[in-house]
Design a protein around this ligand. Sequence first.
Ligand SMILES: *[C@@H]1O[C@H](CO)[C@@H](O)[C@H](O)[C@H]1NC(C)=O
Ligand SMILES: *[C@@H]1O[C@H](CO)[C@@H](O)[C@H](O)[C@H]1NC(C)=O
Ligand SMILES: *[C@@H]1O[C@H](CO)[C@@H](O)[C@H](O)[C@H]1NC(C)=O
Ligand SMILES: *[C@@H]1O[C@H](CO)[C@@H](O)[C@H](O)[C@H]1NC(C)=O
Ligand SMILES: *[C@@H]1O[C@H](CO)[C@@H](O)[C@H](O)[C@H]1NC(C)=O
Length: 688
Amino acid sequence: MELPYFGFLVAFLITLCRATSTFSPARPPSLPLAVKSPYLSTWLAAGSDGGNGGYLPGQWPAFWNNQITGWTGMIRVDGTTYTWMGAPTGPTTANQIAYEYTSTKSVFTINVAGKVALNITFLSPITPDDMKRQSLVFSYMNVEVASMDGATHNVQLYSDISAEFISGDRSDIAQWNYGTVDGIAYHQVFKQTQLLFSEKSDQGEWGNWYYATDAVGSMTYQSGGDTDVRGAFTSNGTLANSKDTNYRAINSNWPVFGFAINLGSVGSSAVDTLFSLGLCQTDAIQFDGKNGIVSLPSLWTSYFSDDLAALSFFHKDYSTSSSMSTALDNKIASDSIGAAGQDYLTITSLSARQAFGATQLVGTTDQLYLFLKEISSDGNVQTVDVVFPAHPIFLYTNPTLLKLLLDPLFENQESGQYPNQYSMHDLGSNYPNATGHPLGNDENMPLEECGNMLIMTLAYAQRANDNSYLSQHYDKLKQWTSYLVAEALYPANQISTDDFAGPLANQTNLALKGMIGIEAMAVIAKLTGNTADASNYTSIAHNYIAAWQGLGINKDASPPHATLSYGADDTHGLLYNLYSDAELGLKLVPQSVYDMQSTFYPTVADTYGVPLDTRHGYTKGDWELFVAAIASPSTRDMFIKDLATWINNTPTNLPLTDLYDATSGNYPGITFANRPVVGGAFALLALP
Ligand SMILES: *[C@@H]1O[C@H](CO)[C@@H](O)[C@H](O)[C@H]1NC(C)=O
Ligand SMILES: *[C@@H]1O[C@H](CO)[C@@H](O)[C@H](O)[C@H]1NC(C)=O
Ligand SMILES: *[C@@H]1O[C@H](CO)[C@@H](O)[C@H](O)[C@H]1NC(C)=O
Ligand SMILES: *[C@@H]1O[C@H](CO)[C@@H](O)[C@H](O)[C@H]1NC(C)=O
Ligand SMILES: *[C@@H]1O[C@H](CO)[C@@H](O)[C@H](O)[C@H]1NC(C)=O
């Protein structure tokens, strides 16, 4: 046999022998592991751009922007050690055979040498109605072990985290402690020099990280250099119950914080070990509110006296928290499948943790807020045109969460901290500093943001039946409406929320948002007893919409369609702002416009969707789902099928991007990742 051929045969046999995993309902570009807040955001890259296909053993988990956050799992079976998470040097890699996700969980099934099976459940709870639980920045990892070959095996389980969680700068100095509380053993890791309200490479630079498990008698712990601690487990199956006191840089002989649990003799009934991972920051946000700039505490500090009380509650709450999360998983599953089938669930369930994971509850139980980070695109706080695409998930899960997102925007502007007549774009250039824009020099997106504020305020009030909220903010809403009356019919040359696509005058879709905003104000006026305003605004909105149909629609095309901008007959785009006409039940826009667009979109679809507009080959998943939500069933299903197919096939390897090339499925030269706008996937479920 010729050697090259032999080499090929060997490679072929190795490929055949290497177990492959199933992925259900899809193989996402990046798999969510611990995804709970802007700073607790750990994923596993899968897409071929740099991920390993979605295998937990053999690759390090990473922060959303792909900085490694060392998190290790090993298991010793009858004296031989295998890796089931991460890529420590030494042990053989176990075989992953399945991965499955729901809205709150990622579950891996792993085969260890045909001897034992592992089910590893990463649960990042979402409790939209329970502020106490939702306020905790913690995530679970539960490891179930059982024999899979009928024999009993001598088993020890190991897991650690590295100090890479505590800072975006690997040369920063880490410090740590070990302790027990309420029968829970924990490692505490933190930056020796705390930098309050600061970020490096998007990681938070303050607070205490915790890694915890049950302090059972069969548990040993150790902190120390990575090769020392992992090596002790590999050779002995136990750790030294010792603490390294040489506090040092994250990347200096990499300190890790490990637990080993001697499970002893394991047969066919599964043995569980629970780990909790989380971050406690007493102060969370700087906010320029009605009393000037204040520092707002994390909301969990209202419920718990200190970090350890919070950690203890969380760790012991697993069974309740897990069943609450399962109830939410099931609700999203049955609603998604009922609305548009399994492909739709593939998208919604992947989006839920990512959308909630960009938010954090802060303040006190009397005065709480939900803050949101515009992750990856610029780090702004409470960006109005990021809250807008995300808002369907909040309307659907609990409309009060939308109010909690809008409240700080109203508070800052109503207390006179923003000089412009139109709505602000965001509450601060860099999360967690919601310090406003007292000079009014925020990104200029006036028409977009006035429309967004009016639409979202009414959407909340309708779902929550809260007209007092409308009265409370009536003056500011009316001020923004005046801006729309002046500017919406012929929008000046400006950017829309899709700022990366460039500025343009007379944007058909942007004008539509302004007009819907005016009609929303007519409804707000009516609901608050301002009948003269109500009739004024509704007549303006109807006049504008009549004109808009002449200006922004190419009636002679076959098929006819809305244009990207007035009179540009050869152009088109996703008319996603039409969604809010349906969302608010306005019936401002005739059904014929909906039908026209439903007929048109399939004629311009690419492999993975319909381009955002005629200027570029890329599209936006969030806007596609806004459009799908109000389309005919067949056009809706086309959008959903193409997006679900893209999720499975995209070479992108960071947490779900909302911006991708509709033909190649790759990043279009701009890398968006992990943005909360994926909450827009719930557009169909948020309709009345
Ligand atoms: C893993 O989960 C599956 C499905 O629930 C179950 O059948 C199996 O017994 C579990 N295996 C272990 C090791 O817990
Ligand atoms: C937030 O503001 C503080 C000063 O109050 C500053 O030290 C910190 O770097 C800012 N954070 C970010 C992320 O810009
Ligand atoms: C293994 O355990 C023995 C006895 O407990 C101890 O003396 C030895 O140092 C351990 N080896 C390692 C590598 O930790
Ligand atoms: C209607 O609203 C516009 C825009 O705010 C305003 O200029 C006009 O005076 C209003 N008309 C009436 C009758 O209130
Ligand atoms: C907007 O469209 C109107 C009507 O076609 C036109 O008169 C106006 O010049 C356009 N505005 C800009 C800035 O191009």
